[in-house]
Design a protein around this ligand. Structure first.
Ligand code: VGL
Ligand code: ZN
Length: 261
């Protein structure tokens, strides 16, 4: 949907006189009616918002060696491809006065998160090791929020679950966003079906309008289709899915309804 474009067209017509003004009023009314009719669609609020401003934060989820490097212990297929795209997005965000926050899976050597200790995963992102480091090519332009250091399952950037007690504890991310006056989020990173999904669903529960950068996420796909189902779940929760071209690529941002607004 291209409402901002329609608005611009309407304004151009408006300059041409009184008769045209009636047309503009009609068009505007239809737009408002359409918005009303569609207000049950959860993702509309994002559609009419600008790409980046000072109240928006870009959240870069777990772009770490163990996920993004082919030699990583929990390598997410083609994970390395998101790094350049995310760097472009960081530049775009910073240029518009938006903040950038990073999450980092940060586990102790033993945690019920790991298969060897009764959990689900190969050993990965052990604190202070190469695998836990953010990808060396990733541009760093903001605070890094670590999750899992006390043995928790740290899927969401906002909260962690103690695998033993089941208790949920917050990470510093929520407070950091509040202190920065952030009211809207753009999310990208790894992995689509785990930490990206958990972070996006948590964001929606906290009331943030969220845009997910569809070409800057990758899935583990333990079961085929997990990534697609995760995207569906994020969409159903009201997140807008958007793909953007890399900076310098012909045609500019691909999902430009927001960028042009
Ligand atoms: C993640 C599995 C285990 C993720 C973290 O970052 O998506 N996935 N730990
Ligand atoms: Zn983990």
């Amino acid at each position: 949907m291209k409402w901002p474009r329609l608005c611009a067209t309407s304004l151009a017509i408006a300059r041409r006189g009184a008769v045209a003004r009636v047309v503009v009023a009609w068009v505007t009314r239809q737009m408002i009616l359409s918005l009303d009719n569609a207000s049950s669609e959860p993702n509309l609020e994002s559609v009419v918002m600008p790409a980046y401003d000072s109240t928006t934060a870009l959240i870069v989820v777990d772009v770490q060696n163990d996920f993004a490097d082919p030699a990583g212990s929990l390598y997410v297929k083609t994970g390395e491809q998101v790094v350049a795209l995310i760097n472009d997005e960081i530049a775009r965000a910073v240029a518009a006065g938006a903040r950038v926050f990073y999450t980092q899976d940060w586990h102790p050597e033993s945690t019920p998160h790991f298969a060897k200790d009764g959990g689900a995963w190969p050993v990965h992102c052990v604190m202070d090791t190469w695998g836990a480091e953010l990808h060396p090519a990733l541009a760093i332009g903001g605070p890094v929020v670590r999750k899992g250091s006390n043995g928790e399952d740290g899927y969401s950037g906002f909260s962690m679950r103690d695998p033993a007690s089941g208790e949920t504890v917050p990470t510093p991310l929520g407070d950091l966003l509040a202190e920065a006056g952030v009211t809207r989020l753009v999310v990208c990173g790894l992995a689509t079906d785990y930490c990206v999904k958990a972070t996006v669903l948590d964001s929606r529960e906290r009331g943030f309008p969220v845009t997910v950068l569809g070409n800057a996420i990758r899935a583990v796909d333990l079961e085929p289709g997990d990534g697609d189902r995760a995207v569906e779940a994020m969409f159903d929760a009201g997140a807008l899915l958007e793909s953007r071209a890399a900076v310098g690529e012909a045609g500019g941002p691909a999902g430009d309804a927001q960028a042009d607004g």
